[in-house]
Design a protein around this ligand. Structure first.
Ligand code: NAG
Ligand code: NAG
Length: 350
């Protein structure tokens, strides 16, 4: 490609606390993984995580403003960067056991909790952006924070607030038989939340269900949703139903993972999958020269094996059209949590 491939960066004068703090979280989480096999490298990762977190925290600002049109309107930071700062501090606390990070989490979670607009009919707190406990994705980290922190405080009443109650509310907002369910399910059984690229919710919430179920098992807990008692196995079974749906157990018999199963999306919204390789077409292609491939009614030339697309509509229908971006576009934030979900079911032979 010889069109502009401009790279962007954040700096002290043009900060982006959400992106910096997510990087700190990733480095800290990686250091935990490597600590068992390569202590020196784990230390490098942790030291760098601390530096990047300090940078994110000391030079606060949104990448919305610093990078502007390159990131927003595509991936605007709608709910601010405090959730990412807390997310970063949570992982740093887990990786380092340094009390300063825990103090950061405890004092700043209040700023998020106190921005609660009102309580809905179930007594659940609702934020201006739709919920402090029920979202986990590229913008909001709230549900992830609540689940992750719960691991350490589930049997610790003086520290459990607001994390465990919020995580319990999350579970009760998801389980199909919960009286306080706030998601919907299609006839075929797929979880739906408002917004586009719905499988991002089905995969990321399935991931949290499994993680939380394991914390519940370790602490011998159930979650009480009104008069319904949710056991760890209820959470696991719900996640399993989502995986099975995504991989083909649904009314269309369609796998939403490209290249997996007998029937999967053929016209995904993805440039590399749609355009011929330079080995096939060595002529120079100008910027809009790809349009004629985009407009073809035939399947994409290259199979993007493993990519999960945005998924079906809430009536279980699927257009398989490059024009229907919300349905046919694969994204990293759909695939990433699904890897964790598959790893769990694979290691448990389920
Ligand atoms: C980023 O931009 C979006 C869209 O204009 C806006 O809703 C949001 O409040 C902005 N976020 C921050 C942290 O400024
Ligand atoms: C994508 O498909 C859904 C469900 O069939 C439909 O409601 C929506 O209008 C379609 N969007 C586009 C851009 O075609």
């Amino acid at each position: 490609m010889d069109t502009s491939r401009k790279a962007y960066y954040v700096s002290q004068n043009n900060p982006g606390s959400e992106v910096s703090s997510e990087i700190a979280a990733a480095l800290a989480a990686s250091s935990i993984v490597f600590s068992k096999i390569d202590g020196l490298y784990a230390n490098v990762l942790l030291a760098r995580a601390k530096q990047v977190f300090d940078f994110a925290n000391n030079y606060r600002g949104s990448y919305n403003d610093s990078i502007g049109a390159a990131v927003c309107p595509f991936y605007c930071d709608f709910n601010g960067y405090m959730d990412e700062l807390i997310w970063g501090a949570t992982w740093l606390y887990k990786a380092s056991n340094d009390q300063n990070y825990w103090n950061f989490v405890k004092s700043n979670i209040q700023s998020i909790e106190s921005s609660v607009l009102f309580r809905n009919t179930n007594g659940f707190k609702v934020l201006a952006n739709g919920g402090s406990f029920a979202e986990f994705g590229w913008d909001s980290k709230h549900a992830g924070i609540n689940v992750l922190v719960s691991q350490g405080v589930m049997n610790n009443p003086s520290n459990e607030n607001p994390f465990v109650p919020n995580a319990n509310n999350l579970i009760c907002s998801l389980l199909p038989n919960s009286p306080t369910k706030s998601v919907t399910y299609s006839k075929g059984g797929l979880l739906f939340k408002v917004g586009s690229s719905n499988l991002q919710h089905a995969t990321s919430l399935s991931f949290l269900l499994i993680v939380y179920a394991r914390y519940m098992q370790a602490n011998n807990k159930v979650v009480q949703c009104g008069n319904v008692v949710a056991k760890p196995s209820d959470l696991i079974n719900l996640a399993k139903s989502q995986v099975d749906y995504i991989l083909g157990n649904n009314p269309l018999g369609m796998s939403y993972m490209v290249g997996y199963g007998q029937k999967y999306p053929q016209k995904i919204h993805h440039r590399g999958s749609t355009l011929p390789s330079i080995d096939v077409n060595s002529n120079r292609m100008k910027c809009r020269d790809g349009d004629k491939y985009f407009e073809l009614s035939t399947p994409n030339i290259n199979v993007l094996t493993g990519a999960i697309v945005g998924g079906p509509a809430d009536d279980d229908s699927f257009q398989d059209s490059r024009y229907n971006i919300s349905q046919s576009e694969p994204t990293t934030y759909i695939n990433a949590p699904f890897v964790g979900v598959l790893a769990y079911f694979n290691s448990n032979n389920m």
